[in-house]
Design a protein around this ligand. Structure first.
Ligand SMILES: Nc1nc2c(c(=O)[nH]1)N[C@H]1C(S)=C(S)[C@@H](COP(=O)(O)O)O[C@H]1N2
Ligand SMILES: [Mo]
Length: 319
């Protein structure tokens, strides 16, 4: 168990009061655990979120936001465990800073970027997106990020690039789901998009939510958000993005191809083999019989924007 070392600058000097109070709560927990178990000598910094300077973005759904508490405690991030509560409970040792992300493959200018330099350099937008998980629940989340296209343009994709492959970090020493006896899937977690999907203005790399840097459990420090696709496409804690010619593997498809496709477009007419995708439960808005249950929209409500990407494609075969 790591011991707690106080930061050099008091958090109260640099952070809004609400964030500061939340962080103090967390550090109190860590300090308490350290005292109880004795000093281990290792360092630990609070996985604190920090305020982000953001500008209004072009997309905002006009539906009630899912409370921050739900967004940060009901997560899928198997690197920290398979229970929805595991990522928030077991990601305290994960260190998302400093962090680099390498963009390579079929590009004119392969580069490695420091995430905080990207955040300082690119306008960080606020976009309110409907998110729909393949497990038939949904949320409305105020993401902060920038178009994936802004990063891809920097490396100058070659004409031969047809797909984009994404890769999550592997750190068994910080990610208990990667070091336990039971390994739920092979690592690294990988995902892919067709290049035209990746270049669509709705596809973003998120670096924050609710105006603060991403909490560890939501994919700190940088993760993909593609709001017309099921949640599993939103790969977290990305360390590499490669432009490739062939369709790359994606983790859930490799694990269970009959249940999870490459495209994974939200589609109320194409059921998951084990349940209907016609309706969804909105997290944080009442239970099954409450207002939480609602019809699922084609492309999660983004059909006007993205349907043309799939013109002429059989969406039942390409699920
Ligand atoms: N690296 C990694 N990324 C991941 C996952 C994962 O287990 N590992 N789970 C996916 C799934 S199934 C979902 S629904 C979303 C959940 O994102 P959220 O916890 O921010 O809502 O993350 C996706 N990205
Ligand atoms: Mo998911």
């Amino acid at each position: 168990m790591p011991t707690y070392r106080p930061p050099a600058i008091p958090s109260s000097e640099i952070t809004p009061r609400s964030v500061y109070l939340r962080r103090r709560e967390f550090m109190g927990l860590v300090a308490g655990a350290g005292l109880a178990l004795g000093a281990g000598g290792a360092r630990a910094e609070a996985p604190a979120t920090m305020p982000l300077k953001t500008v209004p973005g072009p997309y905002k759904v006009d539906e009630p936001l899912t409370p921050r508490e739900d967004v940060t405690t009901y997560n899928n991030f198997y690197e920290f465990g398979t229970d929805k509560a595991d990522p928030s409970r077991r990601s305290g040792d994960f260190k998302p800073r400093p962090w680099t992300i390498t963009v390579d493959g079929l590009v004119g200018k392969p580069q490695t970027f420091d995430v905080d330099k990207l955040i300082a350099e690119l306008p960080i937008e606020e976009r309110i997106y409907r998110m729909r998980c393949v497990e038939a629940w949904s949320m409305v989340i105020p993401w902060n990020g920038f178009p994936l296209k802004a990063l891809l343009d920097k490396v100058e994709p070659l004409g031969s690039a047809k797909f984009v492959a994404f890769e999550t970090v592997v750190r068994p020493e910080e990610m208990p789901g990667q070091s336990g006896y039971f390994q739920p899937m092979p690592w690294p977690y990988v995902e892919g998009l067709r290049l035209d999907e990746a270049m669509h203005p709705l596809a973003i790399l998120a670096v924050g939510l609710y105006g603060e840097t991403l909490p560890n459990q939501n994919g700190a420090p940088i993760r993909l958000v593609v709001p017309w696709k099921y949640g599993f496409k939103g790969i977290k804690s990305i360390v590499r993005i490669s432009l490739v010619e062939q369709q790359p593997p994606n983790s859930w498809n490799s694990l269970q191809a009959s249940e999870y496709g490459f495209y994974a477009n939200v589609n109320p007419e194409v059921d998951h083999p084990r349940w209907s995708q016609a309706t969804e439960r909105r997290i944080g808005q009442g239970g099954f019989f409450g207002s939480g249950r609602r019809p699922t929209l084609m492309f999660n409500g983004y059909a006007d924007e993205v349907a043309s990407l799939y013109a002429g494609m059989d969406l039942k075969a390409n699920y």
